[in-house]
Write a protein of this length. Structure first.
Length: 187
């Protein structure tokens, strides 16, 4: 199967259309999508079964019925079944991620990627988020990750904004400045 980057967006938009038509609370749809995404991401065996090309479609439907029917909202249940029928189960997690992103944007919540040199505790994460929201006036859903290449400090990226307060960033800036000085001196 080829990887088509447009598929998750198309399916997520269709799913969001169903949510709007049914007047489902966006917060509820967001919570349910995150929960289903967590299940699919954390259960490698379930994903492997659903994505397995050698597994008959009927067997996939039986499993989905036994695991998900009447346990998740019907629009998510139907999404899984359609993805099975169209041989697109490979995209399920990506569809849910895109769906969550679309809802968050509609709710005025912006995704932000925050990289730190070391793991920071939950309290410090909340402080960083609060400071960023106070500084920008926006609401964020942070995704924290550790990047040892930063050496120290923090890098924040949202939309097309990059705030680099890392030691690596400062060293790179100093290196560029010295290179410019060296060019002017040798000319």
């Amino acid at each position: 199967m080829t990887d088509d980057p447009l598929v998750p967006g198309v399916y997520a938009e269709a799913l969001l259309s169903v949510v709007r038509k049914r007047s489902i609370e966006l917060q509820d749809a967001l919570r349910d999508a995150e929960m289903l995404g967590f299940v699919l991401e954390s259960r490698d065996d379930l994903r492997a079964f659903l994505e397995g090309p050698h597994i008959p479609t009927e067997d996939k439907h039986k499993l989905v019925t036994s695991v998900f029917e009447n346990r998740i909202p019907d629009y998510f249940y139907n999404l899984i079944r359609v993805c099975i029928d169209k041989d697109r189960t490979f995209y399920l997690v990506a569809i849910l991620v895109e769906f969550v992103n679309q809802i968050e944007l509609e709710l005025g919540i912006h995704p932000v990627r925050i990289r730190t040199a070391t793991l920071i505790d939950e309290e410090l994460q909340k402080q960083v988020q609060s400071a960023l929201e106070d500084y920008t006036g926006l609401h964020f859903r942070p995704r924290f990750s550790v990047d040892a290449k930063l050496i120290g400090g923090i890098v924040i990226q949202y939309e097309d904004t990059l705030i680099d307060m890392s030691l690596r960033g400062h060293l790179d800036h100093i290196r560029q400045s010295l290179a410019q000085v060296a060019k002017t001196v040798t000319v």
